[in-house]
Design a protein around this ligand. Structure first.
Ligand code: ADP
Ligand code: MG
Length: 562
């Protein structure tokens, strides 16, 4: 039965946008289709661990790229997992990515701006329509009979047709009918160049027609034989010295579905009690779903080079959920299940090791690449800071990596480290002072700061939602206690001199009657009323007890309905 279906509205929008804004990058279509084909072989290999019959005597997984200049087509074939009819409709008719709505809300209609956004969103299968005026997908899911295959055809104009066909071979064949203006792509030589540029890291062989050979007399012999044009070895198993930055970046794009380069990466091999390899990347941009309640893990798990699963939340702590990468270990059984992973002590230790490597990578960027670090911090700082409350073992390291706004700089940018603060402490100062507030303006203009400003003492201005949790978990840093300027009695320690004390007493004495009257008027609405030298300009301010919830936290809880 042949039916014609309409794309989801978002797909139509995406197609329009992609064709117009990514044209100057049109070659990426091949990278995306090969990336999907490689994922399909990964999935098949994994499912075959428990069901070898899926391989149907054809365990030699590979991808083929060919072109036909007469028919004006490029064909990408894989013998991976394939798709059922329902899967085709779901995968090639809708966008399942989380954050899709947020993505479309941010589109401006300005091609340049949107091209950048679309890159962060990931392009995928639909990028075929950048160069093709018709795309045909023929596919059969592994383990099903030849007559359950399907053919999907679309011109990328809002609709696709789908019908049942027979396919002897499992897997997927994607045929692009190339647009007139992109006929330059219809050459084995060009395709080979694109494949080797973008897809060399793919771990299954990518087969292409052998390059023509020339004999001594200059005669050309064309051959229809296929040969692998990539190294077909998992990138992370190669030695660092043999991997170029470009290859690392291409691998990043393959696993992250990000269109932009990564900001940094760390590639490490651990031997001994646990044996594993990790390749972890920090993206440049935040994913659209970074603040989702149940974000997906960005780290893929491999066991002995076999892809096991992604979205394994246990592979990274929540506060590193923006990290993309892979872990490949020999320490787990190949048929490991999600349930076993949840309880695996081995995995706990592997994770702890990987976290250390990631934190050292961040330390290295902070130390040696100031601009990149500030970009990193502005993008992911509020997530990383969650680690101060979440990861007791690495709390101090994360605190050292944190950056804050402070009264030292007159702007909201978070650039001050706790070490910077300590280096600027006044003689006799033994605490790190901070204030939490809803906004930078509220923090900066708080009456609580008046006395500190007068004395030239720096105060950190904490205005991220997470900061209440940070100061609730971080009591001291390098031996210096953190103290809120808006809690309890004014406590300047030895910064307070005899003159201050005398002034305070004098003020209290002078205000005795007023204070008593205010206290009587306010009754049990307040715990106490005190005269203070804390203020130099404002007449009065509210203070909470040293062990009470800060006003900011009370506000946040009230807003959350608590
Ligand atoms: P992504 O790769 O980020 O999931 P794509 O748009 O590239 O997004 O692909 C959408 C989905 O279509 C894939 O997740 C996969 O389920 C399916 N798909 C695409 N190409 C293939 C293929 N060659 N074999 C099997 N499934 C595929
Ligand atoms: Mg893809």
């Amino acid at each position: 039965m042949k039916e014609t279906l309409s794309f989801q509205t978002e797909v139509k929008q995406l197609l329009q946008l992609m064709i117009h804004s990514l044209y100057s990058n049109k070659e990426i279509f091949l990278r995306e289709l090969i990336s999907n084909a490689a994922d399909a072989t990964d999935k098949l290999r994994f499912e075959a661990l428990n069901n070898a019959a899926l391989l149907e005597d054809d365990g030699d997984l590979h991808i083929t790229v060919t072109c036909d200049t007469a028919a004006k087509t490029i064909t990408i074939t894989d013998n991976g997992i394939g798709m059922s009819r329902d899967e085709v409709i779901e995968n090639l008719g809708t966008i399942a990515k989380s954050g899709t709505k947020a993505f479309f809300e941010q589109l401006s209609g300005d091609a340049k701006k949107d091209a950048n956004l679309i890159g962060q969103f990931g392009v995928g299968f639909y990028s075929a329509f950048i160069v093709a005026d018709e795309v045909t997908v023929e596919t059969r899911r592994a383990g099903t009979t030849a007559d359950t295959a399907v053919r999907w055809i679309s011109k990328g104009d809002g609709e696709f047709s789908i019908e049942n066909i027979e396919l002897a071979q499992r897997g997927t064949v994607i045929t692009l009918h190339i647009k007139e203006e992109d006929a330059d792509l219809l050459s084995d030589w060009t395709l080979r160049r694109i494949v080797t540029t973008y897809s060399d890291h793919i771990s299954v062989p990518i087969l292409m027609k052998k390059a023509p050979s020339y004999d001594d007399e200059g005669n050309i012999t064309h051959s229809d034989e296929l040969e692998a044009v990539n190294q077909a070895q998992a990138l992370w198993t190669r030695s660092k010295n043999d991997i170029s930055d470009e290859q690392y970046q291409e691998f990043y794009k393959h696993i992250s579905h990000d269109f932009n380069d990564a900001l940094a990466w760390t590639h490490f091999r651990v031997e001994g009690k646990h044996e594993y390899t990790g390749l972890m990347y920090v993206p440049k941009n935040a994913p659209f779903d970074m603040y989702d309640r149940e974000p997906k893990g960005g780290v893929k798990l491999y066991v002995k080079r076999v892809f096991i699963m992604d979205d394994v939340q246990k592979l990274m702590p929540m506060y590193l959920r923006f990290i993309k990468g892979i872990i490949d270990t020999n320490d787990l059984p190949l048929n490991v299940s999600r349930e076993i992973l949840q309880q695996s002590r081995d995995l706990d230790q592997i994770r702890a090791g990987a976290v250390k490597k990631i934190l050292s990578m961040l330390e290295d960027i902070a130390k040696n690449r100031a601009e990149d670090y500030s970009q990193f911090w502005n993008t992911f700082g509020s997530v990383l800071k969650e680690g101060i409350g979440e990861d007791a073992a690495n709390k101090d390291k994360i605190a050292a990596l944190s950056r804050f706004a402070s009264t030292h700089n007159d702007d909201a940018a978070q650039t001050v480290s706790l070490a910077d603060y300590i280096a600027r402490m006044k003689e006799g100062q033994d605490k790190i002072y901070y204030i939490t507030a809803e906004t930078y303006a509220a923090a900066k203009n708080s009456p609580h700061l008046e006395i500190y400003r007068k004395k030239g003492i720096e105060v950190l201005l904490l205005t991220d939602r997470i900061d209440e949790w940070v100061v609730g978990s971080l009591f001291e840093f390098e031996g210096k206690k953190l103290a809120s300027v808006s809690k309890g009695e004014l406590d300047l320690g030895s910064l307070e001199n005899e003159v201050d004390k005398a002034e305070q007493e004098k003020a209290q004495e002078a205000a005795k009657d007023v204070v008593a009257k205010i206290k009587a008027d306010l009754g049990d609405k307040v715990a106490d009323v005190r005269a203070t030298t804390r203020l130099t300009e404002s007449p009065a301010c509210l203070v909470v007890g040293e062990h009470d919830m800060s006003q900011n936290l009370q506000r946040m809880l009230a807003a959350a309905g608590a």
